[in-house]
Design a protein around this ligand. Structure first.
Ligand SMILES: [Zn+2]
Length: 367
């Protein structure tokens, strides 16, 4: 696994500014601040992993205190820090969700150059909907045309219905009349798109396009209602999409990674990862991955970091994933339940081969 260049099939990009302690801790995990009474986010499994694994990449001893770590980080500057961690992650490719526009991030070309890796874009459906102008009656066609243009060079699309409406979505494509009525309500409201009919329309438009569709599932920041993002809520929709053969990628999933593993087993076109949870659970990442691997067929599991903002998260996502997968496979070999050759083959599938196959990149990234 150490020798394997990973494909990170879901990540975002990096902030380019230098970070003080508050902004660093704010980007470290899905919370924004531990609050005045909550101590520091460095006191978490993720914080311990930063000190243990990231400090040496910045030429500090392992377990360096947070103050020393942040001083050294500031001294090196954001560009050098970003380059060091991205290189150390040893990635073959990054598939980047370009839908976060809250602040300027490294563009795909610069990100790829820093990582020494291929990059490809994943287009957010809701962002495409925001780019459409015109009337409610013209929305359906205008959206489809805009999506076709935006997705021309993309590797996949992504739905953030989880953040807006939750994953309790109906199964069938909505009719033109239903889309027009829903678009009219949305345009009149002046609010963010968060309508069940419209999310379903966006998703079925993407199905017609045929590119893999990523869904945010499970764990995320405070904007999310976690009780509305269990992937089992997608069951009817997944059943309806399955005959099309369009790949559905369930992202993150924690703490519903066992549910996602079940869905990946029973639906032929469903795939999953445990991104975000891997770095957030630090030394317990192995347990999360082990739970996912109870049911998921090995051809249905992918690597992702879900890194956003901090370069450390690409590195830790890759490092902790490699460490967890190595330990799980090595235990299996030691117990006599699989051979060395099985372990090597499974690692190659999960680390990169599945992503290449599902996103149609077999020729592009063969090495
Ligand atoms: Zn993400």
């Amino acid at each position: 696994v150490d020798a394997l260049l990973l494909i990170d099939h879901h990540c975002h990009s990096l902030v380019t500014r230098d970070l003080d302690r508050d902004s660093f801790e704010g980007l470290l995990n899905e919370g924004s601040t531990p609050g005045p009474l909550g101590g520091s986010y460095f006191d978490s499994l993720l914080g311990l992993a930063v000190r243990r694994w990231c400090a040496p990449v910045l030429d500090l001893p392992a377990h360096a205190p947070p103050e020393d770590y942040l001083d050294r980080r500031a001294g090196l500057g954001a560009a050098e820090v970003n380059r060091r961690f991205l290189r150390a992650a040893e990635l073959a490719a990054l598939y980047v969700d370009t839908g976060i526009t809250a602040e300027p991030l490294l563009d795909l070309q610069a990100l790829g150059a820093a990582a020494g890796a291929e990059t490809a874009e994943v287009v957010r459906l809701e962002q495409v909907a925001d780019e459409v102008d015109g009337t409610a009656a013209g929305f359906a066609q205008a959206f489809r045309e805009r999506l076709a243009v935006r997705a021309r060079n993309a590797i996949g699309v992504k739905s953030i219905a989880a953040y807006r409406h939750g994953l309790a979505l109906g199964a069938r494509p909505p009719s033109r009349v239903e889309v027009t009525a829903a678009a009219g309500r949305w345009m009149a409201s002046g609010t963010t798109l968060a309508d069940e009919t419209l999310h379903r329309f966006l998703i079925w438009s993407a199905v017609d396009l045929g590119l893999p569709i990523q869904f945010h599932v499970g764990y995320g920041d405070q904007d999310l209602d976690l009780d509305q993002v269990n992937p089992l809520l997608l069951t009817h929709l997944l059943r309806a999409i399955e005959p099309t053969g369009v790949p559905v990628m369930l992202l993150h999933n924690y703490p519903f990674h066992r549910e996602a593993a079940y869905l990946a087993q029973v639906f032929s076109n469903v795939f999953m990862d445990v991104g975000l949870a891997v770095h957030n659970t630090g030394r317990r990442a192995k347990n999360v991955l082990a739970e996912a691997m109870e049911l998921v067929p090995f051809g249905k599991l992918l690597f992702s970091s879900d890194a956003y903002g901090l370069a450390e998260l690409y590195y830790l996502g890759a490092l902790l994933f490699r460490r967890a997968l190595t330990e799980l496979l090595a235990e299996g070999v030691a117990d006599g339940d699989l051979t060395d050759a099985d372990a090597a083959r499974i690692a190659a599938l999960v680390g990169a081969g599945n992503a290449r196959r599902v996103y149609g990149r077999d020729a592009a990234t063969a090495r």
